[in-house]
Ligand binder design. Structure first.
Ligand code: SF4
Ligand code: SF4
Length: 373
């Protein structure tokens, strides 16, 4: 593709740290994470936000890990606002308090996304590997009174909690957000390690879709309720990251620029660093973003498929993880010659039980709360 035919990125996702007080069994962070020593300093993030705005980025997503684990998070939000970006923070709310929330809103934070693990405290803490649930409820009470912030509650669902979806939606509703997002676990990183424990059954999924539709009708006009379904049961794959190198640019805590959060598992990738290169050069010229842009790389059935401009052949990382070939059609697609393998994985997983593997940073930090389980 030529530079003129490549749109600028819509979203810049900044994993400002991999440190996190939670240890969620479904975390999609990589298994080998970066410690505090490797993190970009404040001034480099500020440089990146300015370059992003010049490049045409509209949305800045501050995530991690837990972005509140950074002591300079207020400065980062202020810098994003000064650069003219719309700023969303994805957080567990552990590390938040009234003063910090006000400071974030004063600095220009536009939107906060809070995740929920379950409707019941002991279970929610179990999936998070930390005593975080009651803190989230407390912080949700504060967030809903801060009128400058738009608010989304994100409910992460899987086999262990999907039967309580109705209760979880009711809990989220009581937090009075503008949006509730039901997000089925995506099987990357730690979630892939726990796949046998987390993949829902077909029956659970069907029943949860009925719950979802009823809640959508009930909440219509008050709260926007949307769901991301698990692609192991889909007919066609998700349009992963809106197309490789088309909409999203992700920076990891150490400054490596990736087209998606799991791209590191694809062999032969080189990720340029924002310390060494301008964001515009990275987006238009770096080999990582070029690798699966357009459709020259596609094999059949994608190459000759009229949906290739809709889903872009699905997820390269999933093709790599399941089939060992990042150029293959995503096996979540019913047209993939390997789709049956994915269906078999889903069927077998729901029969199995396995030990939970909790997400831990290889280099522990003093800011982690005691590990619960
Ligand atoms: S451990 Fe949980 S809260 Fe922390 S980054 Fe992973 S999913 Fe988010
Ligand atoms: S064959 Fe490829 S382009 Fe066609 S629907 Fe499946 S993944 Fe999408």
């Amino acid at each position: 593709m030529t530079e003129n035919s490549i749109p600028p990125p819509l979203s810049l996702v900044c994993e400002v740290t991999h440190r996190c007080p939670l240890h969620c069994v479904y975390c999609s962070n990589p298994l080998v994470m970066q410690g505090q020593d490797a993190e970009l300093p404040t001034e480099v993030w500020i440089k990146v936000f300015g370059e992003a705005a010049k490049l045409g980025v509209a949305h800045l997503h501050l995530t991690g890990g837990e972005p509140l684990a950074r002591h300079d998070i207020i400065d980062l939000v202020r810098a994003g606002r000064e650069a003219g970006l719309y700023i969303n923070m994805i957080t567990s709310a552990v590390g938040l308090n009234k003063g910090r929330l006000q400071a974030l809103a004063d600095a220009g934070l536009d939107h906060i996304q809070l995740s929920l693990q379950d409707a019941e405290e002991d279970l929610a803490n179990r999936w998070a590997g930390a005593r975080a649930h009651s803190k989230k409820l407390e912080m949700a009470e504060l967030i809903k009174t801060e009128s400058r912030l738009a608010f989304t509650v994100n409910i992460v669902v899987h086999r262990q909690n999907l039967d309580r979806l109705e209760k979880m939606i009711a809990l989220a509703e009581s937090m009075m957000p503008q949006r509730i997002e039901i997000a089925h676990v995506q099987y990357y990183g730690w979630a892939l390690k726990n796949r046998d424990l987390l993949l829902p059954t077909r029956e659970q999924l069907d029943s949860s879709i009925r719950v979802l539709h009823e809640a959508q009708k009930r909440l219509s006009g008050r709260i926007h309720l949307q769901a991301v379904l698990p692609d192991y049961y889909a007919r066609y794959p998700k349009a992963c990251v809106g197309g490789w190198g088309q909409q999203l640019l992700l920076i990891d805590p150490a400054g490596q620029a990736l087209p998606c959060h799991s791209a590191g598992l694809i062999p032969g990738m080189t990720f340029d660093n924002v310390r060494d290169h301008d964001l515009s050069w990275i987006w238009y010229k770096s080999s990582a973003f070029e690798r699966f842009r357009g459709d020259d790389w596609m094999q059949d059935p994608c190459r000759s498929c009229d949906r290739k401009t809709i889903d872009f052949g699905g997820c390269r990382c999933q093709a790599m993880q399941i089939l060992g070939d990042p150029y293959a059609t995503d096996p979540a697609c019913s047209l993939s010659p390997h789709h049956d393998e994915l269906v078999a994985i889903a069927a077998a997983a729901s029969e199995k039980s396995s030990d939970m593997v909790y997400r831990i940073l290889s280099a522990p930090t003093t800011e982690s709360t005691p590990f619960l389980y």
